[in-house]
Design a protein around this ligand. Structure first.
Ligand code: DOR
Ligand code: ZN
Length: 349
């Protein structure tokens, strides 16, 4: 019998873009309603590169939470070629910073301050290995000779395997994985190497970029991949393997910056995040494994307690609005104008 309600331990989002200022205030409610905690990405302009900046950003996030929200932002530092081993020690000692994010220069939104050559940050990685501070990887090469659909696979071969050999105890999360190659790598890795998977990479293959015409709202980094890769991601997410956990990579962009000649990368999914994951798990008949993926594997990896609160979803389809407000503009969410099969049951309703 197909279930009509799902009751689960409150989930966490282990990879999220919240932006800043008015945009942050516009989007935070969607995440706070669904998730108890989220790892907040540091790719602001300028990047969140120090513990002091991360702490200030955390305060700005807390200040715009809706009244009564108990959401906890978990902060990250943006790894630059200027990051010092001393900053890593400060991060480890802080209560707010949980991990450090690696962007290869030019891979995605605000990645200009990222790392051109991993060899330049070896001293920092050594400090992270020693302090057991996880490295969150945007795992793509940006070499113009490499096909955009091969960026993740080549990153694993060229950079991740050597990194793992050099820093065998370094805790790592390969973020927003998109390929069977990444699934294979992470499945075979030790428990201190993990991966996040987005709802959009579980639900869409690369055809979604060209459905009846070009679809800028389905453009993200890493780009959507072919169906065989999507199937491998679905298998991994629903396998019960604790290497894999939820990270939406929800990334709001103003409509006009996506519907343009050179559009930004990112899908906005925070408005329906856990509901979309439920759809994906249901597609393969594995709703029973949603809770472990969404609520257990992440805190276990980060050595944090699992949440005590619970949330409920019910099978009541709803139509996603055509857009949401984003500061002075609007943002077109995933499934805009279309329906989502599961709804969040609001407390008290
Ligand atoms: O699609 C993406 N958007 N991928 C990223 O890695 C960054 C994100 C953003 O910040 O817009
Ligand atoms: Zn991201």
């Amino acid at each position: 019998m197909t279930p009509t309600r799902i009751d689960l331990t409150a989930p966490d989002d282990w990879h999220l873009h919240l932006r800043d200022g008015e945009a942050l205030a516009s989007v935070i409610g969607h995440t706070a309603e669904r998730f108890a905690r989220a790892i907040v990405m540091p790719n602001l302009k300028p990047p969140v590169a120090t513990v002091a900046q991360a702490e200030a950003y955390r305060q700005r996030i807390l200040a715009c939470l809706p009244p009564g929200a108990r959401f906890q932002p978990l902060m990250t530092l943006y790894l630059t070629e200027q990051t010092s081993p001393e900053e890593i020690a400060l991060a480890k000692a802080s209560d707010s910073v949980l991990a450090v994010k690696y962007y290869p220069t030019g891979a995605t939104t605000n990645s200009q301050s990222g790392v051109r050559d991993l060899a330049r940050v070896h001293a920092v990685l050594e400090a992270m290995e020693r302090h057991e501070l996880p490295l969150l990887l945007h795992g793509e090469v940006t070499d113009p000779d490499i096909d955009i659909f091969d960026r993740e696979r080549v990153f694993i071969e060229r950079h991740l395997l050597p990194l793992q050999a050099r820093f065998p105890a370094l805790r790592m999360v390969l973020e927003h994985i998109t390929t069977a190659d990444a699934v294979e790598f992470v499945t075979g890795a030790p428990a201190h190497v993990a991966a996040t998977i987005t709802a959009h990479h579980l639900l869409l293959n690369r055809n979604a970029l060209f459905e009846g015409g070009i679809r800028p709202h389905h453009y993200c980094a890493p780009i959507l991949k072919r169906q065989t890769h999507r199937a491998a991601l679905l298998q991994a997410a629903t396998s019960g393997d604790s290497h894999f956990f939820l990270g939406t990579d929800s990334a709001p962009h103003a409509r006009e910056t996506k519907e343009t000649a050179c559009g930004c990368a990112g899908l906005y999914t925070a408005h329906a995040a856990i509901e979309l994951y439920a759809e994906a798990f249901e597609q393969v008949g594995r709703l029973d494994r949603l809770e472990a993926f969404a609520s257990f594997h992440g805190p276990d990896f980060y050595r944090l307690p699992r949440n005590q609160e619970r949330i409920t979803l019910e099978r009541t389809p709803w139509v996603v609005p055509p857009s949401y407000r984003l500061a002075t503009s609007t943002c077109v969410p995933m499934r805009a104008g279309e329906s989502v099969a599961w709804s969040l049951v609001r407390q008290g309703s």
